[in-house]
Design a protein around this ligand. Structure first.
Ligand code: 4NP
Length: 150
């Protein structure tokens, strides 16, 4: 069966998008949906999520420690049906890859008109805030992609 494929994108793929991947995946049937994440930069390729992202995920019962950072690839524009970016700089970085019109239509800000702030240089409160924003946005996405979900 063809799954609906959803990609979460941030800069490093160690703070925000791994958390977004884990939170959304926890709300969807893995037989029907594939959820992945990637970074627009390759600095952290192969790294596990930042410990603070792992901690806030675990606080809400979600295990993300197995994930490994990877860079966004051009082929991701075709592999995924929906591509959610955390902030406008992620959006600009993907646009710079010159996607086709059809590919570009898949890309949107996770929180619509709001950016998920980069928590990397902040404290644990920043990660909690990021979690709350992702939790709300993913509730909305679940309703959009899976209208039968309660
Ligand atoms: P992320 O956060 O984009 O949410 O994964 C960042 C992680 C690392 C860096 C920047 C943002 N960095 O500059 O290394």
């Amino acid at each position: 069966m063809k799954t609906v494929n959803i990609l979460m994108v941030c800069l490093g793929n160690i703070c925000r998008s791994p958390l977004a991947e884990g939170v959304l995946a926890s709300k969807l049937d893995p037989q029907l949906f594939t959820v992945d994440s990637a970074g627009t930069a390759a600095y952290h390729t192969g790294s596990a999520p930042d410990r603070r992202s792992q901690q806030v995920a675990l606080k809400y019962g979600i295990e993300i420690g197995h994930q490994q950072a990877r860079p966004f690839e051009q082929a991701d524009f075709d592999r995924f049906d929906h591509i959610f970016v955390m902030d406008r700089s992620n959006y600009i970085n993907l646009k710079a890859l010159q996607p086709t019109k059809e590919q570009w239509e898949k890309v949107e800000l996770l929180c619509q008109n709001q950016e998920v702030p980069d928590p990397y240089y902040g404290d644990n409160d920043g990660f909690e805030r990021v979690y709350q924003m992702i939790d709300q946005a993913t509730d909305r996405i679940v309703k959009e992609v899976n209208p039968y979900e309660k």
